[in-house]
Write a protein that binds this ligand. Structure first.
Ligand SMILES: *Cc1c(COP(=O)(O)O)cnc(C)c1O
Length: 348
């Protein structure tokens, strides 16, 4: 049986967590003289003088409904960055333990590993941007605590093979993080629906992409109650502001708008893909399951710089392993995509 407590860093096994003001009384009505708050109100029009719910129960209940998972299997963080960092702090002994990442992939896994002084073992994806199972297996040792899998993958855009993800979940004895930041743009189901099957799985999703809430900073982690109990024990007590909790709860009344935006972006992705095919200097357009394209050209850095001069900003990935000549293009509005295509044609 998988037990995340057996992976926990030893000094955390006897940690006494911060107990917040409202741990002993759950009601909303009462005379609250426990937390040194200002009883008069706030300097703002709307009152924010009371500490927010440390476990974001209302918001989680709504997200549980939408995602078809139990509230108990949801952790909310200040962006996806927070659960990523908490996983390092919970499970990886600096200077001793290691994690495995699969470049080219999302840069934050390596940065977070570096910040925490944890070795990130890099196992390159295969030439078709899929997991290299043999090399992953040989890179794992008894100090490997987490394997990071990003699908759809950033910056390549594609989903990696489902059966390979399943294989990693079955053979690896540590935590498998599946980052689904772009899950709304792919046709496959979320791994968040399979937590029962894989006790060592943690799925990351975010409100930053399809939902259009990047500035609010709200990331979701879905995992077993045992894994989440550990994250909850070491997180900052009030890690999500009341403003974020309230704003997102309200926004979630508006599900149709998110669906409409995703439909529109998928439509724009289709037409942008067609238009990019007509640009001779673009040699490759990588297949995408996300809201961006990785394209390859001979003089990528020049093109990137010339477009910046015209205030069109793409992401230069040409120096990244396996992305030689690569530029990542986010699918924009119809208007933005037209401007990009026009600028590219003029560079020819
Ligand atoms: C954009 C992105 C995220 C989102 O991060 P937030 O901190 O939630 O904004 C996570 N993972 C990947 C792979 C991404 O590309």
């Amino acid at each position: 049986m998988f037990d995340p407590n057996a992976l926990l860093r030893t000094h955390l096994q006897k940690l006494v967590p911060y107990s917040s003001a409202r741990d002993d009384y759950k009601g909303n009505e009462g005379v609250f003289l426990d937390a040194n708050e200002n009883p008069l109100g706030s300097i703002t029009e709307e009152d924010w003088n009371r500490y927010p719910d440390p476990y974001q129960k209302e918001l989680k209940a709504r997200i549980a409904q939408i995602k078809g998972v139990r509230s108990e299997n949801i952790f909310l963080g200040n962006g996806s960055d927070e659960p990523i960092d908490l996983l390092f702090r919970a499970f990886c002994e600096p200077g001793k333990d290691n994690v495995i990442i699969n470049p080219p992939t999302y840069g934050m896994y390596k940065v977070s590993a570096d910040i925490n002084n944890v070795e990130a073992r890099e196992v390159l994806l295969t030439a078709d941007y899929d997991l290299d199972m043999e090399v992953i297996k040989s890179a794992v040792d008894e100090n490997t605590k987490i394997i990071f899998i990003c699908s759809p993958n950033n910056p390549t855009g594609n989903d990696v093979s489902l059966d390979k993800i399943e294989e990693v979940l079955r053979f690896f004895k540590g935590i498998v993080l599946v980052d689904e930041a772009y899950v709304d743009f792919t046709s496959r189901h979320s791994f968040a629906l399979r937590l029962e099957e894989f006790p060592n799985l943690l799925v990351l999703q975010t409100f930053s992409k399809a939902w259009g809430l990047a500035a609010l900073r709200l990331g979701m982690a879905f995992a077993s109650e045992e894994i989440l109990a550990i994250l909850n024990k070491i997180k900052a007590p009030y890690n999500l502001s009341g403003l974020v909790q309230k704003t997102v709860l309200k926004a979630l009344e508006n599900l149709e708008k998110k669906d409409r935006m995703v439909d529109q972006i998928l439509k724009n992705r289709e037409s942008l893909g067609e238009a990019l095919k007509q640009i001779p200097m673009i040699k490759t357009i990588c297949p995408t399951d996300s809201n961006f394209f990785l394209v390859k050209l001979e003089n990528a850095s020049d093109v990137y710089k010339k477009l910046i001069e015209q205030k069109i900003i793409l992401r230069d990935r040409s120096k990244v392993a396996l992305c030689e000549g690569g530029i990542r293009i986010t699918v924009g509005t119809e208007k933005e995509n037209e401007l990009l295509i026009k600028a590219l044609k003029n560079l020819n």
